[in-house]
Design a protein around this ligand. Sequence first.
Ligand SMILES: C[S@@+](CC[C@H](N)C(=O)[O-])C[C@H]1O[C@@H](n2cnc3c(N)ncnc32)[C@H](O)[C@@H]1O
Length: 423
Amino acid sequence: MARDMTRAGEPLGTAPRRAALRLLDAVLRRGEALDAALPLATRALHGGPDRGLAHAIAAETLRRLPDLDALIDSATRQRLPDDAKARFVLRIALVQALSLGTPPHAAIATVLPLIDGGPKRLVHGVFGTLMRQNASLPGQPTLPAHVAERWRANWGEAMVAAAARAIAAPPPLDLTLRGGNVVHPDGVSLAPGHVRVEGGDVPTLAGYAEGGWWVQDVAASIPARLIGRGTGHALDLCAAPGGKTLQLAAAGWQVEAVDVSQTRAERLAQNRARTGLSFDTVIADVLDWAPATPADAVLIDAPCSATGIFRRHPDVLYRAHPAVIAEAAALQARIFDRAADWVKPGGVLVYATCSLEPDEGEAQLDRFLATHDDYAIEPPRSDELPAGISAHASGYVRTLPTMLSDEGNCDGFFVARLRRAGG
Ligand SMILES: C[S@@+](CC[C@H](N)C(=O)[O-])C[C@H]1O[C@@H](n2cnc3c(N)ncnc32)[C@H](O)[C@@H]1O
């Protein structure tokens, strides 16, 4: 039976803060994904609101980490080690008081029990000093230095500034529409079959139960847009939870959706049931598996560092180390090469990653084209792309945080469409 982690004698509300501490520990010390750590870290909490609070505290701490640490360092004579529990607890107290609107006395009272015999007086003292100084967080968050440095080197200063601005505010919610007359919340449309809404609790939004739409960032809708409408056989490789599978099925294709993860494939099944769209699912490792026949269209949404989705998943900023990017890039190259054999002559191959790292995008395309002379890049027409997004001069699509800045930005994606010779 679930047990509230608030222990006897602790202030009410300590339990979600303890769960937030566990989440931060999972991400920052063990390199786990925030969402993957959520079930275990929050398993003893009663109900959704406490779980939501724990997640919100941890996610906001990750969005604000360098600025929170700078405040902590300004108020300690001896720098606290990065992994000191006192630093973790201070981050949680400060982010609540300075960003989440928690009254300071509640922010500190609910974290002090987490110190467990540690330097409570130090934590209390640092927090009190900063509150008396009217400490505040900058309007534009500071990105972790190693990420800012890498992105500056690859994309320039304007991209780093745009990324920092983009992480400051909750991103809008993009919906992909199934087609026809479907019920959906009001919003702004940046492309056919797309609507951007302000956000909210997804299952309560208009039309969710009817299954006429699904959540998918506008940039994430580009890969399937570049395959377009068709009635032939389409392979969707690395398909779960299925945003692109649903798009392809809605566009008329006979889709075979392949993913290695049984758990994630369950999300594919739920999405199929809710939208009423039809497609086949295969649970397999694409490095071992092969289709029975080549397909008219193949979409690879390759596993990657996911740095392009840092707005909704700020933990990627702390997990996507160079070694992780290099490992993902090696896997992407293997999947890309295998999929090349699964496209019919004259068919189309779309390669995509939700990454802001050229090694997972531009460099993959260069390597592929240098080793596959039966493929040529097929640049998108402007009417195939959402408003405000254009193709790179080399014919692929690269979305960056500098794009759609007046509309609420978009995820970072790399998408290339290739046509196989013959047919
Ligand atoms: C970027 S996500 C896919 C998102 C999905 N295409 C969508 O639009 O909802 C990458 C997926 O690749 C899957 N994956 C990773 N390695 C794989 C492999 N070797 N074979 C098949 N699927 C793999 C993961 O389970 C994950 O679901």
